[in-house]
Ligand binder design. Structure first.
Ligand code: DGY
Length: 321
């Protein structure tokens, strides 16, 4: 075959079929991400690479990859890729927007409900034999319906979270660079300053991309501005939150709880301060925002489409650069 590509993890068969119709696939079969030196060696002999958010793609890595025409990321976020370095080398970058929007919004809402209503804690304690009787005071949480939800970053996923919030009669506030007329008209969402959002929200849900501006956007200062009863939800990217400061804020009762799907380092080390926070104050998940069979298949198919377009010199269906 004329083309050769490196695929850095096993994928749904539909995606592999799309790729193998056009190119010879060098597939990394490991469960863990391929080591950096392996990626460098593989892409030196490839026209394209399909990567995941666990693969760091930068200039030095691509220096020996003279054939490489495209880096296709199976995710909507691409903070693991040095896009300017790709552009400089004439390497196209693609991502998978749109298809994971609703699935990720579902998970953000699952975390809102799980943290507010102590779902994981109550399940664990029932299994631990702590259910002695129906009790007026035990496992009481906070209502989601009628509460105020603050959305930081009202893009596609933020919009879908706002749509779900409407079904729960929530008041929706948001912070975003530009106003979102759709969310304002459709759900009565109100654009406010960050200070106002922090002061008024019962739930603060993060949906902005990780950039130099949003790295550690949330830390001690922001937690202090939130209600002591407030709950922070992060399904976006771990480094948007200063994780050590979040752990401290939860331990000190500065905010009430957090629902966290993404971490500063993934997988989160088991001795991380966040995992030492008592389970009644935090629900932690292993970055599963987009993890439904249907959505992961659609993401892989989109990434395959970007890859095969890129190696053939065609415009990517979902270009980043
Ligand atoms: C993305 O696509 O950026 C998600 O984090 C992966 O689910």
């Amino acid at each position: 075959m004329q083309y050769r590509v490196f695929v850095s993890r096993r994928l749904p068969q539909e995606a592999l079929d799309i790729i193998s119709a056009v190119a010879e696939i060098d597939l990394w079969e490991g469960d863990a991400p391929p080591p950096r030196d392996v990626i460098a060696e593989k892409i030196a002999a490839a026209d394209g690479m399909l990567c995941l958010l666990t693969d760091r793609i930068d200039g030095p890595l691509m220096d020996g990859a003279s054939r490489l025409k495209v880096v296709s990321q199976m995710a909507v976020g691409y903070d693991n890729i040095d896009v300017p370095a790709c552009t400089q080398r004439g390497v196209k970058v693609g991502n998978t927007p749109g298809v994971l929007t609703e699935t990720t919004a579902d998970l953000a809402f699952a975390l809102i409900l799980a943290t507010a209503r102590r779902v994981v804690q109550a399940d664990n304690e029932l299994r631990g034999g702590e259910w002695k009787t129906w009790s007026p005071l035990q496992w009481t949480g906070t209502d989601v319906h009628g509460a105020t939800l603050g959305i930081v970053g009202l893009g596609r996923i933020g919009y879908e979270v706002a749509r779900r919030a409407r079904g729960f009669d929530m008041k929706v506030l948001y912070c975003n660079r530009s106003a979102h007329e759709g969310a304002e008209n459709d759900f009565g969402a109100v654009k406010v300053s960050m200070e106002e959002l922090l002061a008024q929200s019962d739930f603060v849900s993060l949906h902005c991309p990780l950039t130099t501006e949003t790295r550690h956007l949330f830390g001690t200062e922001q937690f202090k501005q939130m209600k002591p009863s407030a709950i922070l939800i992060n399904t976006a990217r771990g480094p948007i939150v200063n994780q050590i400061e979040l752990a401290q804020a939860l331990q000190d009762g500065v905010i009430a709880a957090a629902g966290i799907d993404v971490f500063e380092a993934e997988p989160v080390p088991l001795n991380d301060p966040l995992l030492q926070v008592p389970a009644d104050r935090i629900v932690v998940l292993p970055h599963i925002g987009s993890a439904s069979v249907k959505t992961r298949t659609r993401m892989a198919v989109l990434a395959a489409g970007n890859l095969v377009a890129g190696i053939q010199g065609l415009p990517l269906p979902h270009p980043v650069n």
